[in-house]
Each structure stands twice: as structure tokens, then as C-alpha cells.
Design a protein around this ligand. Structure first.
Ligand code: HEM
Length: 122
């Protein structure tokens, strides 16, 4: 498998970024819900929120790398079996995922700062 994308397939970097980010984003939802329920006397109260912030900041960094990789690499052509509406829907879902991830990271960081805390990256 080649490192870069070709006109037929995604390369190793794009595929790795895709799956690492998928795992991060999916696992951050239950982690975020769980830390919401922690109280001050819980032994994870000091560590788990910082882990959530660090992984969120990592997701944001990976998103920037991913966007840079996307604009500097060719995009594989869609399969001829894909209909026009499917391609348009896929494009809308991709853009929405980028925008919503950026919003989540920025609002999460803003909440931490508004509470007078800092988010230490790992
Ligand atoms: C990768 C993107 C992220 C996802 C998917 C995510 C997900 C979540 C979820 C599902 C919640 C619970 C919200 C609720 O139940 O109302 C939450 C809470 C929170 N997140 Fe994130 N988050 C992300 C990134 C971040 C980042 C980058 C930060 C800060 C640096 C952050 C800080 C927070 C804070 C402060 C809370 C509230 C915790 C509390 O009330 O104790 N999040 N997050």
C-alpha cells in the first residue's frame, strides 16, 4: 500500500488518520458523559477530565493534519456505482463531521478556560 492517495485508493496515511480519529471521536462521547457525572470526592475526578481534554486536543491536532493531508493529496475517484445523490450526501456528512469536531473542541476548551482551569496536554 502506498503512503499517499492515488486516483484509485486512499493511501496509508489517510486510512490511519481516518481510523485513529474514528476511535478517538467515538470513545470521547461516553468519556465526556462519564466525567460529567464525577463528583469532587471521586478518585478519578483529578485525572479523567484531564485525559478527556488531552485526547480532545489530540483529536483537534489530528484534524488539522488530516485537513492538510486532504488538500495536498489527490482524492480517489468515486466508484461508478455510486449515484450522484450518494456522493453529495457523503460530502455533506464529511463537511459536517469536520465542522462539528472543531466546534466540540473549541467549546470544550472554552468551558475549561471559563472555569478558570487549564487543560494540560498529557
Ligand atoms: C474530540 C472531541 C470531543 C468530544 C467528542 C467530546 C465529547 C464530550 C461529551 C459527550 C461531553 C458530555 C456533555 C454532556 O453530557 O452534556 C463532554 C463534556 C466536556 N468536555 Fe468534551 N469532547 C471533545 C473535546 C473536548 C476538548 C478538546 C475539551 C477541552 C480541552 C473538552 C472539555 C469538556 C468539558 C470541560 C466537558 C464538561 C465536563 C464537566 O461538566 O465536568 N472536550 N465532552
Amino acid at each position: 500500500m502506498s503512503i499517499k492517495n492515488s486516483s484509485e485508493k486512499y493511501g496509508a496515511v489517510a486510512i490511519t488518520l481516518h481510523w485513529v480519529m474514528a476511535i478517538i471521536l467515538i470513545s470521547m462521547v461516553p468519556l465526556g458523559k462519564y466525567i460529567e457525572g464525577l463528583d469532587y470526592y471521586d478518585e478519578l475526578y483529578q485525572t479523567l477530565p484531564q485525559l478527556h481534554y488531552s485526547i480532545g486536543i489530540l483529536a483537534f491536532m489530528l484534524l488539522v493534519v488530516r485537513l492538510a493531508w486532504k488538500v495536498t493529496n489527490e482524492k480517489p475517484s468515486p466508484l461508478s456505482t455510486h449515484k450522484l445523490w450518494e456522493r453529495k450526501l457523503a460530502s455533506i456528512v464529511h463537511i459536517a463531521t469536520y465542522v462539528l469536531t472543531i466546534i466540540l473542541c473549541v467549546t470544550g476548551y472554552a468551558m475549561v478556560v471559563a472555569e478558570g482551569q487549564g487543560a494540560v496536554f498529557f
